[in-house]
Design a protein. Structure first.
Length: 204
């Protein structure tokens, strides 16, 4: 995303950001030498955060369109063991963890594993089907959207035990966008190796 495109969302200085989001972005800046402009631009805008997150959800679904169950399970970019169906299953796990287990503090287990915080099991799509994976993912996304829309504001906080700190819904939304964006990059490579398809909705 270019600077021009980001600018239409406005500009927010780091000093004006909520503390938890500022700390996370500050950590990224310290390691990389730059501050992600999109994080600054979206810091106070729930509609844009929601739109970016839904865009990335839809992109992952699009990457799986028109493929058989066998293709979705195929490890198409060795030596990586990732598969498109494994990514879908993983994101169902991520949606449940952040919106239900963290923000809503629900006492629910993992989607694909009996072990606490086991995110690796979801990647193993052996024997899984499109119907199974997509039904689980769609159900979690629907709940995530409800949790976010029913929250009083982006300033709602919850405890993230794995991080050992409280996080705002704002930070959860930004983290989810980052999570999807990273895995959609994986999905790009996996799909290209299967049938040569590349790009997102704007480049189809």
């Amino acid at each position: 995303m270019g600077t021009h495109e980001v600018s239409r969302f406005g500009h927010v200085e780091l000093a004006d950001m909520p503390e938890d989001l500022r700390d996370r972005i500050g950590a990224i800046a310290e390691k990389s030498g730059f501050v992600p402009n999109v994080f600054r631009a979206l810091a106070h805008r729930p509609r844009e955060l929601r739109a970016f997150l839904d865009y990335h959800r839809a992109t992952l679904a699009m990457k799986c369109e028109g493929l058989s169950d066998e293709q979705l399970r195929q490890r198409s970019s060795p030596p990586s063991t990732l598969t498109l169906l494994g990514l879908v299953r993983h994101m169902a796990e991520v949606e449940r963890t952040w919106f239900r287990r963290v923000v809503n503090a629900e006492q629910v287990g993992m989607v694909w594993s009996d072990e606490e915080n086991d995110f690796q099991r979801a990647y193993d799509a052996t024997g899984s089907t499109r119907a199974e994976a997509f039904d689980a993912w769609a159900a979690e996304v629907e709940i995530s959207r409800r949790v976010e829309r029913e929250a009083a504001s982006l300033d709602v906080t919850a405890h993230q035990a794995r991080w050992g700190e409280d996080v705002s819904l704002r930070l959860v939304m930004v983290h989810m966008i980052q999570e999807y964006a990273r895995h959609n990059g994986h999905a790009d490579f996996l799909r290209e190796q299967l049938d040569g398809s590349t790009g997102d909705f704007q480049h189809r």
